[in-house]
Design a protein around this ligand. Structure first.
Ligand code: NAD
Ligand code: DAU
Length: 363
């Protein structure tokens, strides 16, 4: 266990992305004595729009930079006396990793290595490792895929990543583990299932479906749509990270999940039903009619499910939102954030992606 008062200067990486920005907002509110340095390269997936109107804004210091830049990262550790790292920065979209894996190898593996090295150097000089923490945010995708009757993934399930994205995250997990065992770096890893909620970039299933449905565009379902994901509302993930950060044991990994495992088709139908209710005047009611089956994702993992017994029993965390309540909040958020959506949709990088993934046949 670790004393909460020790945590004063926290480096959050990737804090302008979906989960990172939700975490920054949540953390500033939850821990009023902590200062955050937020290091983010503002790739296509990151946006300062995600960081508007933060509570305790004066404790948030945004630095536009790359986690692979060793000089910059070392300087941040020294100048800000960083005692805690919460590492979100990554290339995170499986489909993009299939089109072009190189940035995934660079950011997810090289970038994690750069941060680990900087932490090792900075913290070795100052002594007692119990004052520090390196929290690595990872994914359930490192475990591969489940057959229909397999038990859910536990912390001891062997790693069998199937996409370039998952393989790069698995590599980063192995590096973090090695730094704990070899150098005694005070690390902890959380492996989480699919998140959804405010500020998710609309290339991922849920925001893409909401956006397309509102605009009367096809809702693309890969293959038969019977793939299963374990969905968690993003704020529940933030709470789980803070719980592990403050009460978890170094050298351990903790699975985090939502205890919700619908098929993709069920999920999309549920979103359509919420939209039918919230937008009864829309010419696109019933939104279900927009569902369109498209070519499957190569190597598409069939089923994920997380066993969250360890975090529930050892740290007392469990999700607060049901899929129903979380989805209703999420749809409501997207319907009331036109400006945010407009800014993202108008970016050339977003338009290019939609054409590349959904509107061309020769890619
Ligand atoms: P995201 O793609 O929305 O955000 C990633 C952020 O990292 C962006 O702000 C981007 O600008 C930044 N970034 C990318 N490369 C960088 C670099 N080289 N240097 C500095 N910043 C860089 O991702 P997300 O969905 O918020 O995921 C965050 C983390 O959580 C990732 O590590 C991901 O693997 C993990 N995760 C995500 C989910 C999910 O469902 N989204 C589930 C489990 C785990
Ligand atoms: O499981 C955790 C992972 O969840 C995270 O590590 C990743 O960073 C995150 O992107 C997410 O990966 P997925 O590939 O599961 O998420 P995505 O939203 O891309 O897809 C969810 C499911 O929906 C998946 O089975 C593929 C399917 N899908 C997705 C898109 C974008 C479709 O059927 N159609 C689509 O257009």
């Amino acid at each position: 266990m670790r004393m909460q008062t020790v945590m004063e200067n926290v480096l959050v990486t990737g804090g302008a992305g979906f989960i990172g920005s939700n975490f920054v907002r949540y953390f500033l509110q939850a821990r009023p004595n902590v200062a955050i340095v937020n290091l983010d390269a503002l790739t296509y997936a990151g946006s300062l729009e995600n960081l508007r109107n933060l509570p305790g804004e004066e404790r948030h210091n945004f630095i536009h930079g790359d986690i692979c830049d060793a000089n910059l990262v070392e300087r941040i550790f020294a100048e800000h006396e960083i005692d805690t790292v919460i590492h979100f920065a990554a290339e995170s979209h499986v489909d993009r990793s299939i089109h072009g894996p190189a940035p995934f190898i660079r950011t997810n593996i090289q970038g994690t290595f750069t941060l680990l090295e900087a932490a090792r150097k900075a913290w070795a000089e100052t002594g007692d490792p119990s004052f520090y923490r390196f929290h690595h945010v990872s994914t359930d995708e490192v475990y591969g895929t489940l057959a229909p009757d397999d038990p859910p993934f536990s912390e001891t399930t062997p790693y069998r990543p199937n996409s370039p994205y998952a393989a790069s995250k698995a590599s980063s997990d192995h590096l973090v583990r090695a730094y704990y065992h070899t150098y005694g770096l005070p690390c902890v890893i959380t492996n989480c299932s699919n998140n959804y909620g405010p500020f998710q970039f609309p290339e991922k299933l849920i925001p893409l479906v909401i956006l397309n449905a509102v605009n009367g565009k096809p809702l693309p379902i890969y293959g038969d749509g019977h793939q299963i994901r374990d969905w968690l509302y993003v704020e529940d993930h933030c709470e789980a990270i803070l719980t592990v950060l403050e009460h978890g044991t170094t050298g351990e990994t903790y699975n985090i999940g939502g205890d919700n495992q619908p098929t993709n088709l069920e999920m999309v139908r549920q979103i359509c039903a919420i939209l039918d209710e919230q937008l009864p005047q829309s010419p696109h009611v019933p939104h279900n009619n927009l569902i369109t089956h498209v070519e499957d994702r190569p190597g598409h993992d069939r089923r994920y499910a997380m066993d969250i017994t360890k975090i529930r029993e050892s740290l007392g965390w469990k999700p607060n939102e049901t899929l129903e309540s979380g989805l209703a909040k999420t749809v409501q958020w997207y319907l009331s954030h036109d400006e945010w959506l407009k800014t993202i949709r108008e970016r050339p990088t977003y338009k290019e992606w939609i054409v590349k993934q959904y509107e061309r046949t020769d890619n």
